[in-house]
Design a protein. Structure first.
Lengths: 135, 346
């Protein structure tokens, strides 16, 4: 049986706006991927546990609260502690462009702001995951 | 690393090793088959509990609440619990949204709980083709209880009853009249019935309909081998000496419970019934019988696949095309085409 790309879509932090996360989850589903959707208000620990148990290939974080510079480093740290440092992470939401370099610095592979086309995300996710398989 | 197997890690309960092994088994890879082979001797201990019912009946919430109680029992040791939650794959793209973790947030941080979501990947029986393999890995990893949540199931997704020792059917109130309750299928497989959303005004009607149907439509307990009937078998199932024990006085009338799983109401009774059912199965030999029947079924499926593969290797491709052509011109019926091809081979 062919291998399916497994994606975790999680919303860390306290904002309740999950439209973006659901939109991306749906788009990746329509691209033939298996998307584990965990819902709102996930702690870094919950995200790490889900990524570990579900053995996902890639993790997408959706943050609209503006707390990304606090939340993302904590998630990255938690993933590393669990030995999941090599799992690719991308971030979407209201992320000012001046914060992008700092996020990439700590290992985030891609950042998406408002207006990103879902096609772009699908292509990037495929590339990030399949690139890893070839290594 | 992908494609590697850490059997000792799985047996020691290492969550990373378990997760990796599950992926390989789910993908039915060479490594996955090797994992199942090596882990098989360590399996067969866990109590396998299926949870099925229509979409939105509250299966995930019920699993969440049951697991909470299993982890903090009033007496005895907390059980180690694994959950395999199946959601449907799109028939068009093959993609899936696996959303059962959303309802399980009370238990996701518990070290004694392992939750794995899986997509049905085109299989129609309510679980995926490799669900039983995932269960075997988790069984070998030492989980005491494995809860398998099916896709939202209608009337005929009854594969779970072949896999599980105990099957819980969850109904939501107002799903139909008393004729629905006497139709064949999903209600027949229930060892425990749960009417969830009991605060709904129609909950009592549903309770009555289910209880009434149980009284007259299920005089005898559905025996283990009956669960495997209506299937083509490569061999006559072994009637082990255990089978004679089914003749013994065995009766389990499925209890019906009302729950409100979002609030945790009525869950204690369900969990108690799960344990009672396990004891019931063990006392009258049904536990072993179900295991034997399940393994025979698995062997049967593997044999059928092997026979078909063997035949395909031997049969002449030109001959297939010839017979196929005759069939398409309606000179030969499919039944006779099959006969011709089988004869040509031998």
């Amino acid at each position: 049986m062919e291998r399916k790309i497994r994606v975790l879509i999680a919303k860390p932090g306290l904002d309740g706006h999950d439209r973006g996360a659901k939109l991306i989850a749906r788009a990746l589903r329509d691209a033939g991927m298996e998307v584990i959707y965990t819902g709102l208000r996930q702690t870094p620990q919950m995200i790490t546990t889900a990524a570990l148990q579900e053995d996902v290939d890639i993790i997408g974080l959706s943050i609209l609260s503006g707390a990304h510079m606090t939340l993302v480093p904590r998630v990255m740290e938690s993933l590393k502690e669990a030995g999941l440092g090599e799992v690719a992470v991308f971030v979407g939401g209201i992320i000012p462009e001046e914060d992008w370099p700092a996020l990439k610095e700590i290992g985030v592979r891609a950042v998406y702001g408002p207006g990103t086309s879902t096609q772009q995300v699908i292509e990037d996710v495929s590339k990030l995951v399949l690139g890893e398989v070839e290594e | 690393m992908r494609g590697t197997l850490d059997v000792q890690g799985v047996l020691a309960g290492n969550r990373r090793a378990i997760a990796r092994a599950l992926t390989e088994v789910e993908n039915d890879s060479q490594v996955g088959r090797e994992a199942l082979d090596l882990l098989f001797p360590y399996s067969g201990k866990a109590h396998l509990v299926g949870v099925t019912g229509s979409p939105g009946a509250g299966k995930s919430s019920l699993v969440n609440q049951m697991t909470r109680l299993l982890r903090a029992p009033e007496e005895g040791e907390p059980k180690k619990v694994a959950i395999v939650a199946v959601d449907p794959s799109s028939p068009f793209t093959g993609g899936a949204i696996l959303g059962d973790r959303i309802r399980m947030r009370d238990i996701v941080d518990d070290e004694g709980v392992f939750i794995r979501s899986m997509a049905s990947r085109g299989h129609l029986g309510g679980i995926a083709r490799t669900t039983s393999g995932l269960v075997r890995v988790l069984d070998a990893a030492g989980f005491d209880l494995i809860l398998v949540e099916t896709v939202g199931a209608g009337q005929s997704e009854v594969d779970i009853a072949r896999l599980a020792h105990t099957t819980i059917v969850v109904e939501a109130p107002g799903m139909g009249d008393d004729i629905q309750a006497i139709k064949a299928g999903i209600l027949e497989i229930a060892d425990i019935l749960v009417v969830n959303k009991a605060d709904h005004p129609l909950a009592d009607n549903t309770m009555r309909a289910l209880k009434a149907s149980l009284e007259f439509s299920r005089p005898d307990y559905v025996s283990t081998l009956d669960r495997f009937h209506h299937r083509e078998l490569a061999f006559e199932p072994l009637r082990t000496n255990l089978a004679t024990q089914t003749k013994k006085e065995v009766s389990w009338t499925p209890p019906v419970f009302k729950t409100i799983s979002t609030d945790g109401v009525g869950i204690e009774d369900v969990v108690k019934a799960i344990h009672q059912h396990a004891n019931f199965l063990q006392e009258n030999g049904q536990w072993h019988l179900r295991d034997a029947a399940r393994l025979q079924e698995e062997l049967n499926e593997l044999l059928m696949a092997a026979f078909a593969a063997e035949w395909r290797k031997k049969v002449d491709q030109a001959r297939i095309e010839e017979v196929l052509g005759e069939m398409l011109e309606r000179k030969v019926s499919p039944i006779n085409a099959a006969k011709k091809l089988l004869i040509a081979e031998s």
